[in-house]
Design a protein around this ligand. Sequence first.
Ligand code: ARG
Ligand code: ZN
Length: 470
Amino acid sequence: MRSRSLRGAVVAAGLSVLVGAQPALAAPAGHGEPRYSAGAPSVGDPYFPDEGNGGFDVLHYDVAFDYEPATRHMVATTTITALATQDLDRFDLDFRGPEISALLVGKHPASFRRDGQELVVTPRPKLKSGEQFTVVVKYAGTPPVITDPDESIEGWVPTDDGVFVPGEPQGSPAWLPGSDHPTDKATFTFHATVPEGLTAVGNGQLLSQKTVGGRTTFVWDSTEPMATYLATVTIGKFQVARSATPSGIPIYTAVDPQLASQSAATVARIPDIIEYFGSLFGPYPFASAGAIIDRAPDVGYALESQTKPIFSSSPSLNTMAHEIAHQWYGDSVSLSRWSDIWLNEGFATYAQWMWTEHNGGATTQQTFNSASNYGRAATSAFWQTVTTDPGPVDMFGSVPYNRGAMTLHALRGKIGDTAFFQLLKQWATAHRYGNVSTADFIGEAQSVSGMDLTNFFDVWLVQKGKPATW
Ligand code: ARG
Ligand code: ZN
């Protein structure tokens, strides 16, 4: 009961943040006496009403932990560097991890309480708008596996030899406190200590790897802004290989030895895929690339973790292309709210269709026409989901992927190849590291093509039913 009414309050408080209004009690920043109030407990995303927080912006996460797979025990210290955006006497973090032993804001121990995924912090001294501050959270225990609305699992998922760590759409609070919504991107550093012989693979570049007394510490640095759901430190026995793309982006791949031979041909194509997408979408957006191929059969899906997509089994070439395409669409150009998930999945799926054609397989038109796409009967339930609002249960269902990709193919036919490819490139470069909405995309499609596309997008994205004319 209690949690129900709290949830309602969170949504009400958060929505004002999404539309940019000031929380009722917040003072105008920058003049007069500070007027302290609590930061909003979420950003009010209707799909995940507790995700994110108001009152501050996270700039950087430093996540340092020691993990022992045999006992599943983690001992961790996460240091968050953030900027207050209002005068704060209280703020929330999202955290579903194990017991907290200490919490400091700056040098001062702060009182805190936990309520569901909210970690409510009372900083003393209070924080002034514009102030940069750190939050140090020390915790130890076993991070949880999190179950999603579609019953898939994510978070901290133990494997035979370590742990598999996917975070979309709500897994990162399993192992790190923070602001878990794609609108609050930050840079990350990970210091992961594991038993010698295992590899801890994080996003970004490996800064160092040192073994002392039978334990190895891997330091990974992610220097471009990253949404929390794209963070991973996946641990296990891995065959590590390093290479580079033709344009010099370093590639680090970590493959479970049991999957090495069956994955080799796909892994070998990573540079070609990155080059091909670079030619279509503009330069690869990050300083490093790679992949993590692991055995996590209970997860059963892949995820576009930034710079290093993670695969829970040996991936097909198509799946590899899909996750690499997300580096542009989803990771670099990110959602403002989860209901627009087609901007991630439709784009990555269409990129996968284009890769298939480029690689000598079916043409995009053939894939569009196929039985899993436009070839579906008009009576199929598939056509009854609104593309821009699939709901949290079906956000990773076939509609955002397939109807999303069909929308792009139909748009290409409508505005022509020149405008379409200009639009894809502009979308990736103008919004690099930013956050976008469907309305932004429609606006840009219209300005690039010089056409009124209101009816087109209404038919494909908003209306139910199989599009007949557009
Ligand atoms: N974004 C992932 C992909 O590339 C799918 C993630 C699914 N996550 C989940 N919790 N079901 O398609
Ligand atoms: Zn995807």
